[in-house]
Design a protein around this ligand. Structure first.
Ligand code: DON
Length: 313
């Protein structure tokens, strides 16, 4: 049985993690998206959302940063909500690629489907699936409304980030058209890519991301707003996807050492989900070589290990 903790113990663990790793200077900001290179590197925040809606946090949990690849999780849930998990499995898949998030080789190796909605190829395919198909503004509204319900409060697009990524996303443009070549994109490729780029450029705080994780952990009911956001049966499906590919080629090392399924983004955010127990988010801009925040990884691992929280334990 998973170790039980009270809010006070969680509070201590969160504050210890913050103090322990705030001085850690490892890694560097993402710079392949120019905007991200200029986000202040010392920012660091940790937020935990418990099933009763209580938030335990430390540091810069109000700073708005680019959600980036963490946005793949909400859109995957939305596609499953609209079509059912089996259709998403059939049209996109749920396989770990074992390769970097933007891998073109992964598409060539598994060209019968784009592997999983949690890597770039599958996420662009998920954007193409989101209804209403053929209607860019309708899709955008569906995606942003859903993200806001998961997070429980309004979100704003970071225009500068969106421009910066749109001007430099040549690899993703190749992915979108390669998917078209394999008949694995379900709406206009350029439009689907633009929706994907915009969703990656949404601003979020660590607190909002922890509530998003908390909503997934709470089987689709937002613990803060109490609104049912998605069908409870989707939680095990999305958590299995997060567990198998949330850290891309280093997912095995991550889950082995942290015990918690988590999804990273090059904006420096990580969100972890332990069903029935908590959503946890940490944010700090400096990344390791695979695009995962160094301080955020340390913080989440410290907290799960200290409190004996482990999906497999
Ligand atoms: O498509 C990209 O490259 C970015 N918008 C998102 C990549 C990302 O966050 C990878 N995660 N660690």
């Amino acid at each position: 049985m998973m170790q039980q903790f009270d809010t006070q113990q969680m509070n201590e663990a969160v504050n210890e993690a913050y103090e322990k790793f705030r001085g850690d200077d490892g890694g560097k900001n993402a710079d392949y998206i120019p905007f991200l290179a200029n986000v202040p590197s010392q920012l660091f925040g940790i937020s935990v959302c418990l099933p009763d809606g209580e938030i335990v946090e430390a540091g810069d949990t109000d700073y708005v940063f680019g959600v980036e690849s963490v946005s793949k999780v909400p859109t995957a849930i939305l596609a499953m909500e609209q079509y059912g998990p089996d259709t998403v499995l059939d049209q996109i898949g749920a396989d770990a690629t074992g390769l970097p998030f933007n891998s073109i080789m992964a598409i060539l190796l598994e060209n019968d489907h784009p592997s999983t909605p949690l890597v770039n190829a599958g996420a662009i395919a998920a954007c193409s699936m989101v209804k209403p198909v053929g209607d860019a503004s309708g899709k955008w509204k569906a995606i942003t409304d859903f993200l806001e319900k998961l997070c429980g409060s309004p979100l704003v697009l970071q225009d500068e980030l969106y421009k910066s990524e749109s001007e430099t996303n040549f690899n993703n443009r190749s992915i979108a058209w390669l998917l078209k070549n394999y008949d694995r994109i379900y709406d206009d490729p350029d439009m689907s890519l633009d929706i994907y780029t915009r969703q990656c450029s949404m601003g979020v705080t660590a607190r909002q991301l922890s509530i998003c994780g908390g909503t997934i952990a709470n089987r689709g009911v937002n613990p803060v707003t109490h609104e049912r956001v998605f069908d409870a049966a989707i939680t095990p499906k999305i958590v299995s996807m997060i567990a198998t590919v949330g850290f891309y080629e280093h997912t095995g090392d991550w889950i082995f050492s942290s015990g918690i399924p988590a999804k990273t983004g090059v904006g420096g955010g990580i969100v972890g989900v332990l069903p029935g127990v908590m959503g946890i988010a940490a944010f700090s801009p400096k990344l390791d070589g695979s695009g995962n925040s160094v301080r955020a990884q340390h913080a989440i691992k410290y907290i799960t290990n200290k409190l004996g929280l482990n999906l497999f334990g």
